[in-house]
Design a protein around this ligand. Structure first.
Ligand code: F0G
Length: 459
């Protein structure tokens, strides 16, 4: 049984969407080189490309925009955000950044040297890209359950502690400028990390004197999963859980476009004053002064309000149940997904659905294109298009273990009827999946190629 949660809000403003014809969709996707990033957003009916920056702001956030202080330095809006940051995350220092990857760039610029390794449960693509851009090596050490779509383990984002210790011993802490963990684990199905695991990871990094950073863009969803699933946390508030999580870290960054419910924004926070000084220098060079970091004063206001709304437990209940509804309905139709459904997205298991398409022919891309042609739905491939890369030693292409299509759910945007439409479309695609063919890449840039690659159908 799938139950759709009642939204804890009502709708005050609407944005029209329209469904273009199948013929128009076929022309549009061909013109886009079969890359859904190259489509016009207006040619999409239900846009699940990302949950990043695509949420609906609340009346309180829109109201807060009007009181933004646009002073270049020392704006009131900065101090309001600093107060929120202190109350939720508790780091000694923080800087605003225009989004998550700006923070990743700064961390990488000031900490990563050529040949350094950065372990995590799983890095997201922009984190990987920023580490590689500094000639560092991102390393993913998620538990094996995290790579098994069928495993019902409740914290599939957890780090494998044995693999982590082995990796640190082999690499040497001198070559690990910092260690990370991503909550929730976006690249691995939006799966949460338990507080126990975060505590053990923190202890492990600290045993080897490695600073511990949290990629926290979906921290609120992760903390809510801890409350729901981890023994001893049911009666704690999400805020209390967040305090426990961040007290374990030496630093963190966040794309506020996710759990802070804004269309643009981010931050980078640390405890160490010397590191903060270096971060400020890099920030001023690339983003802006330390009290606005590439954002307008009004953006800082919207972020301050959004951070509190993001940890509201009525909202989180709705959010997590909405994702579960979509995931469970797809499962009822026999469509394989990463189970159990994660926080911000449902991940279709394209590798299992399309076993006749080898990784080199991008089964995820085949599925994502088919969903667009069938129903003007936009998802994103998270498989070999995004993550296949040449092995640094052998130069042979290494494919990721999972070939996925992510249907990411914008916050407070779509209703049950939108999801029911999507399930019908996905069912039709799945019924005809044997007829789908693979793709070959006709153009690819070196870093973050999925954004601009072009494809052609094979055969
Ligand atoms: N870290 C994680 C785990 C992310 O999911 C993202 C973005 C970033 C960092 C970078 O943040 O986009 O503000 O620069 N994820 C988006 C997504 C793009 O679709 O999952 P950003």
């Amino acid at each position: 049984m799938s139950n759709y949660p009642v939204e804890p809000f009502r709708i005050k403003m609407t944005e029209p969407i329209r469904l273009i014809s199948r013929d128009q969709r076929l022309k549009a996707i061909q013109k886009a080189g079969y890359n859904l990033f190259a489509l016009k957003a207006e040619d999409i009916f239900i846009d699940l490309l990302t949950d990043s920056g695509t949420g609906a702001m609340s009346q309180a956030q829109w109201g807060a925009l009007m009181v933004g202080d646009e002073s270049y330095a020392g704006a009131r809006s900065y101090f309001r955000l600093a107060d929120t940051m202190q109350k939720i995350f508790g780091f000694e220092h923080f800087v605003p950044t225009h989004q998550g990857r700006a923070a990743e760039n700064i961390v990488s610029a000031v900490m990563v040297k050529e040949g350094d390794s950065i372990p995590s449960n799983m890095h997201f693509d922009t984190t990987e890209g920023n580490i590689r851009a500094r000639h560092g090596i991102p390393v993913n050490l998620v538990i094996d359950e995290g790579l098994d779509p069928r495993s019902q383990f409740l914290f599939k984002g957890n780090m494998d502690l044995a693999k982590l210790e082995d990796f640190i011993k082999r690499t040497g802490s001198a070559h690990i400028p910092f260690g990370a963990i991503t909550i929730t684990n976006n690249a691995g199905g939006g799966q949460p990390v338990s507080l126990e695991n975060i505590r053990q990871v923190s202890a492990m990094y600290h045993k080897y004197k490695i600073p511990f950073f949290i990629d926290s863009c979906r921290f609120a969803e992760n903390c809510y999963f801890i409350k729901l699933r981890e023994k001893g946390y049911a009666s704690k508030s999400v805020l209390d859980i967040a305090h426990e999580v961040f007290a374990l870290a030496d630093g963190a960054w966040m794309s506020a476009k996710k759990d802070a419910l804004v269309n643009i924004g981010g931050w980078l926070a640390v405890r160490d004053s010397k590191l903060h000084q270096k971060i400020c220098e890099e920030l001023i060079l690339r983003e802006g002064f330390t009290t606005y970091g590439g954002l307008a004063g009004r953006d800082l206001e919207a972020m301050s309000v959004g951070l509190w709304e993001g940890i509201d437990e009525d909202y989180l209940k709705y959010r997590i149940e909405q994702t579960a509804y979509l995931g469970n309905r797809l499962l009822e139709c026999g469509i394989p997904i990463i189970e159990p459904p994660g926080g911000h997205a449902v991940y279709l298991d394209a590798g299992s659905l399309l076993p006749h398409i080898p990784p080199e022919q991008f089964p995820g891309q085949a599925l994502v294109v088919a969903l667009y042609i069938e129903g003007a739905i936009r998802g994103v491939e998270i498989g070999s298009v995004m993550f296949a890369h040449p092995d640094p030693v052998t130069n042979k292409v290494v494919h990721p273990k999972l070939q996925l299509v992510r249907l990411a759910i914008p916050r407070r945007v779509y209703t049950q009827a939108h999801f029911d439409y999507l399930v019908d479309v996905a069912r039709k695609v799945a019924e005809n999946c044997a007829s789908l063919g693979g793709y070959r890449m006709t153009f690819a840039p070196e870093l973050l190629r999925h954004f601009t690659a072009k494809f052609a159908p094979v055969g």
